[in-house]
Every structure is written in C-alpha cells, then in structure tokens.
Design a protein around this ligand. Structure first.
Ligand SMILES: Cc1cc2nc3c(=O)[nH]c(=O)nc-3n(C[C@H](O)[C@H](O)[C@H](O)COP(=O)(O)OP(=O)(O)OC[C@H]3O[C@@H](n4cnc5c(N)ncnc54)[C@H](O)[C@@H]3O)c2cc1C
Length: 428
C-alpha cells in the first residue's frame, strides 16, 4: 500500500479517555490497532497536555498502558469522511490519508453547549472547557478576574484549575437550584472517587462565591467584556470581570457516527451492552453515548476494545461497572437540566449564528432548521452549525437533522480524495 493508505484490524477515532482505554484493551491480542486524533497530543479534553507530565494517577496509568500497548498512534489526523465501506478519509499535515478498518470504534467526545445571550460574542467571553484548554496549553490567566457561569460539574473543575493557575474567580453562577444539586450529591455517594474529586475541587475553591439557582442575563463591554449581569429570578447582581467562562453543559459530537449510519436515541448514539452501534462493525464509546464523565468513558472504551478484539466474555464482566456509571450519567442529566428562563435570554438583535451573523429576529419567521438555513444561512458557516445547531435546538426545539462530509473544513487536496457520490447529506 502507498503511504496514503493504511489498514488495521481495529481503528479508533478519538484519543480521549474512551479511545485510549479501547486501544489498550483491543491491542492485547494479535490484532493491529490504530488510534487517531486530530490534536497533536493524546488524552482528549480532560487529560490534554498531560502526556509528558500526567497529573492524575488515572491519566498516568492509561497513557503508560497505551505507550506499552504497541497500538499505532496517529495524531494530527482528522477524520473528515467515510468515502467507501470500511474506509475513513483523514487529513494529516502530510496530506490525505485513507484508513481501512475491519472494526471501527468511535470516541469523538463532546463539545460545550452555548446558549446565546446579549453580549455573548464579545471578546473575553469563552467556554469554561475552552478556557481551561487554552490555559493548559499556555494562555496566561494569572491575575485575570474570571466569572464562571452556566451549568454542570465542569464549572467547578475549571474554576479550581484556573484558580490554581493564579486567576481570580469572582463568582461561579450555576443555573441549577440548590434543591436539585443536593439530590445529585446523594447520587455521587456510590462513587467515592467522584466524592474525593469533588472534595479536592471544593478545597481549591474555598472563599469563592458559588451561586446556585443563578444565571447570567447579559455581558457588557465595548471592545472587550467588562462586566456581567446575573439574576436568580428575583434579585440582580452586576460583577466586573476580564473574562466570562460560560457554557451550559456538553453536547455529543454526532457528525461522524451519523456519516457512518449509526442510529441515535434521545440525542446520543444508540449502543448495545457490547457498545455496538446499529452497525455491528462500528462501536460507540464515551460522551457520544451519554454525558457521563471520564470513568464512564473509560469503562465503555474497555468494553468496546475487548469486544472488537473478539473477547466478548471479558467485556461482559464489565457490565455492572458500566451500568453503575450509566445511572450516574442519568442523575447528572436530571440534576443539571436547563431551566426555561434560558430560552428567552437572547434579545431580538442577539446573534445566534456567529459564523454567518444571523440574529434571533432573522430566525423568527421560520419554523424549522432547514428553512431557517436556506433563507438566512444560519449554520452554513465555517463551524457548520456545531455551535448554533445546539443553540436553535435549545431555543426553538429545531432538530438539525443532517450532516454532509467533510465534517471539518479541509484542504482542496483532501476534498479531491472524496468521491462526489459520498458528499450527499446523511441523517443526523
Ligand atoms: C472543552 C472540554 C473540556 C473538558 N474539561 C474537563 C475537565 O477539566 N475535567 C473533567 O472531568 N471533564 C472535562 N470534560 C469532560 C470530559 O471530556 C469527559 O468527561 C471525558 O474526557 C470524555 O472522554 P471521551 O474520550 O469520550 O472524549 P474526549 O476526551 O472529548 O476525547 C475525544 C477526542 O476525539 C478527538 N476527535 C473528535 N473528532 C475527531 C475526528 N473527526 N478526527 C479525529 N479526532 C477526533 C478529539 O480531538 C478528542 O481528543 C471536558 C469536556 C470538554 C468538551
């Protein structure tokens, strides 16, 4: 085969915790295994930047196991299409690469959910996960006044990490009320690792106001954010800041599973107890099957890796651990369900699609995603609806319902490797 074609028994897309665990287990037999990731490093969102000096024991363990496993690791390899049966097309710094597989494990993770509000496009307004990722890769945050807002446990993890790096956390505003959060606390009880993690984070946040049942209504500034307005429905508060880190949870990256024809259920890839999708030769693991955190991602990765390598009995032994983390994910989902008020944060002139500058009032005449797209170009810019698609689902209940390759912007050279007939839209 030429350098532009490589073939493996098992190919895994996504080198986060789920993909790494899958690669380690799949490689234990005689199968050839490749692990692909678009970033230059391993570890996905949570272990990003820990390849050289892993901070957590869990990261150390899995990154070391991967190194010993003998799996082929291809970083800076972005999978953009599935041009023929059992073949992926990827873009690399050396050009297009065709990767052939017998079994495919999809572990592309999730992205942050942004709910538009007045001022959300100001410089200095970022996602908490995004800010943490930039801080981990060198963005200085020391001395910066940061407000962290939105929803989900990630807010606390990010706030603690930024504080360790010298940022001044002015406030954390969690839209979930205390009453629901207390219920979630009980759900953590069967998982002592989560309890200890929470305790560690809490210790780093002593003295930081954690406002539950509060959400932001506006970010203000001219060339840069200067302050934010928060409310709990009755009281109002204005806080000065240099950075606002705001997101309302995570949404799964479903573009690749959709291209491969994997069915979804309630917004996630549907899998069986062996993590097989509706296509038996394609497995789904990690955040694309449900937002459950790192431990859930790891156990699912192990099951898929074992199963794809033909060791279904070993995979079955992990069923009860998987079930326990699934219950945790369900409680997480329930506890951090988004409140109705967030749907009306965006004013008429608030931009919803920032790639194409489409405001809320421009979308008002339409009743579904397709007609809004055709008339306003909402979702047709560089991010291909990755940001505004989730926002319109939240605001209007519209379902962005198709995906067209390439799933990421590519060079013309890579585009030319894609047969024209494969460029049609697939249901999402
Ligand atoms: C921005 C962000 C920051 C987060 N920070 C934290 C944190 O600090 N603490 C915490 O507990 N949890 C954090 N999480 C949640 C955390 O991601 C999950 O709990 C867990 O890591 C999920 O693991 P995963 O393997 O499913 O996905 P991920 O860790 O997201 O890994 C997915 C990998 O797939 C790769 N990928 C995606 N699409 C393609 C493609 N087409 N081609 C090639 N590669 C691809 C990505 O580059 C990524 O490396 C964060 C999530 C996000 C979105």
């Amino acid at each position: 085969m030429t350098e532009a074609h490589q073939a493996f028994d098992i190919v895994i897309v996504g080198a986060g915790p789920a993909g790494i665990a899958a690669a380690c287990e799949a490689r234990q037999g005689s199968k050839t295994v490749a692990l692909l990731d678009c970033t230059p490093w391993l570890g996905g969102q949570i272990w990003r930047g820990e390849q050289a000096h892993a901070k957590s024991r869990q990261a150390q363990h899995w990154l070391a196991r991967l190194q010993r496993s003998g799996a082929t690791v291809l970083t800076q390899t972005t999978v953009v299409a599935a041009p023929s049966a059992n073949t992926l097309l990827a873009e690399t710094p050396r050009g297009a690469l065709h990767v052939h597989w017998d079994r495919l494990i999809l572990a592309p993770g999730a992205r942050e959910l942004f709910v538009p509000f007045p001022g959300w496009t100001l410089p200095g307004v970022v996602g908490p996960g995004g800010l943490q990722a930039m801080a981990k890769t060198g963005l200085p945050v020391r001395g910066q006044r940061v407000v962290v807002a939105g929803s989900g446990p990630l807010l606390l993890a990010v706030a603690a990490d930024l504080r360790r790096r010298g940022a001044r956390i002015c406030s954390i505003a969690e839209q979930t009320p205390w009453s629901r959060l207390a219920g979630f606390g009980l759900a953590v009880a069967p998982h002592p690792t989560k309890g200890f993690q929470g305790l560690g984070i809490g210790l780093h946040l002593i003295g930081v106001p954690y406002r539950c049942g509060w959400w932001l209504t506006q970010a203000e500034g001219d060339q840069q954010i200067r302050s934010v307005k928060l409310t709990n429905g009755t009281k109002r508060l204005s806080l000065e800041c240099d950075v606002l880190a705001c997101a309302f949870g995570l949404v799964p990256n479903l573009e690749l599973p959709a291209l491969l024809g994997c069915e979804t259920e309630s917004g996630f890839v549907r899998v069986n107890e062996q993590q097989q999708t509706s296509r038996p030769d394609v497995y789904g693991v990690g955040e694309i099957t449900g937002i459950g955190g790192v431990d859930s991602a790891i156990v699912e990765g192990c099951i898929a890796g074992l199963s794809a390598a033909g060791r279904s009995d070993d995979a079955r032994r992990l069923s009860s651990r998987r079930a326990s983390w699934q219950r945790f994910a369900q409680r997480l989902d329930k506890a951090f369900a988004l409140r109705e008020e967030l749907r009306s944060l965006a004013a008429s002139e608030t931009i919803i699609c920032r790639c194409e500058d489409v405001s809320r009032e421009q979308l008002e005449p339409y009743h579904d995603w397709r007609s809004a797209k055709l008339h306003t170009r909402c979702g047709m810019g560089a991010c291909q609806g990755r940001i505004c698609g989730s926002a319109v689902r939240m605001l209007y209940g519209w379902q962005p319902n198709s995906v067209r390759p390439p799933v990421f912007p590519v060079n013309v050279g890579t585009l030319m490797e894609m047969p024209a007939e494969t460029a049609s839209a697939k249901p999402l």
